[in-house]
Design a protein. Structure first.
Length: 343
């Protein structure tokens, strides 16, 4: 019996040591990641219902076509009261200076119904934006609440627009209080100035003034009146602004990809339900086709870009390239084009 007891103690010690080493390894891995921390609360003086679930997540919201990319999330089960502390760990290597990032949070009841939700734009990871000690104040969700905040709630977010002024296209990248104008191969920064009507920006000998559905653009004394916004061009202009080299898309199910040469490939499939960040390997050129082969621990991807004319199956828009994506055996077909930027 004594021998059996001694063996039991010895085995128990080995298991405990293994557990401690695994725990330390996990701690080192998480400790090397960057973190965002704070608390979630709401203004109503009522208690959290039993079994409620709080979720906080970090998104890349750079895409003008509203397909955000999830970077990190945390779910807190059965919190008893507010404020509810949270801590998100993310890989700083995937953060791009030109991208825009936001925090969102929600509280749901035990049956899954939405109770409180963020309704404004909570920018993060930008210049002069703290990442510790944050407070997300959630608002009570109406019965007909939707998953995304209403458009009027995110007017402070940075946005990209394309205005057509006759034969001249002007790309506007707006942020609170200022506008970056890309036109005729040059870039200018305009500041918002007081205006009796509409929104007006001036700077570097240039003027941009929106008035209802039209806008006025003035460049070094040359005036372009009745400029109109073209939403169809925005996703492409926004990708070019962020330095993307190639962009493709397809339908049934809806998908899109962005290739940032030498950095990464972002693939969004199934109408935005699935988002992947993949390393961008050096392409191969076979019979005029540009090919990327990507093998990770979780996914196998083959991307082919063929320089042949292509027509979108839904919009009818013409593109310069045909795109074929194989993701874990699933095939996606569509069109795309290479992007040029003035930056």
């Amino acid at each position: 019996m004594a021998l059996r007891k001694e063996n039991f103690v010895r085995v128990l010690g080995v298991l405990l040591l293994t557990w401690l080493l695994q725990g330390c390894g996990q701690w080192v891995k998480e400790g090397s990641a960057a973190q965002i921390s704070g608390e979630v609360t709401y203004r109503e003086r009522i208690a959290l219902p039993p079994g409620s679930r709080t979720r906080v997540w970090l998104e890349d919201v750079s895409r003008a076509d509203a397909l955000s990319v999830l970077l990190a999330e945390q779910t807190i089960e059965s919190a008893t009261n507010v404020p509810i502390p949270f801590r998100l760990s993310y890989d700083p290597a995937i953060i791009e200076p030109r991208h825009r990032y936001a925090l969102r949070a929600e509280i749901r009841a035990a049956d899954g119904s939405l109770l409180w939700v963020t309704t404004g734009f909570h920018g993060i990871l930008g210049s002069n934006q703290p990442s510790r000690g944050l407070t997300l104040v959630l608002r009570s969700a109406p019965r007909e609440a939707v998953e995304q905040p209403p458009a009027e709630a995110i007017v402070e977010a940075a946005r990209t627009y394309v205005y057509e002024c006759g034969e001249l296209d002007a790309v506007m990248h707006t942020e609170p209080g200022k506008l970056t104008l890309l036109v005729q191969g040059s870039e200018s920064v305009l500041e918002q100035v007081p205006s009796a009507s509409g929104v007006r920006y001036e700077g570097e000998g240039r003027l941009f003034w929106t008035q209802g559905e039209t806008a006025l653009l003035e460049i070094d004394g040359q005036r372009y009146a009745k400029c109109h916004s073209n939403a169809a061009k925005v996703p492409w202009a926004d990708a070019a602004y962020r330095g993307i080299d190639f962009r493709g898309l397809g339908n049934e199910p809806g998908w899109l990809l962005e290739v940032d040469e030498g950095k990464d490939i972002r693939l969004v499939t199934d109408y935005g339900e699935r988002s992947l960040y993949l390393p961008a390997p050096a392409p191969r050129f076979e019979g005029g086709v540009v090919r990327y082969s990507i093998q990770t621990k979780a996914h196998e991807v083959q991307l082919d870009i063929e320089p042949k004319g292509c027509q979108d199956s839904m919009s009818g828009a013409a593109f310069e390239a045909r795109v074929r994506v194989q993701l874990d055996g699933q095939e996606y077909f569509g069109c795309g084009r290479y992007l040029s930027t003035a930056r």
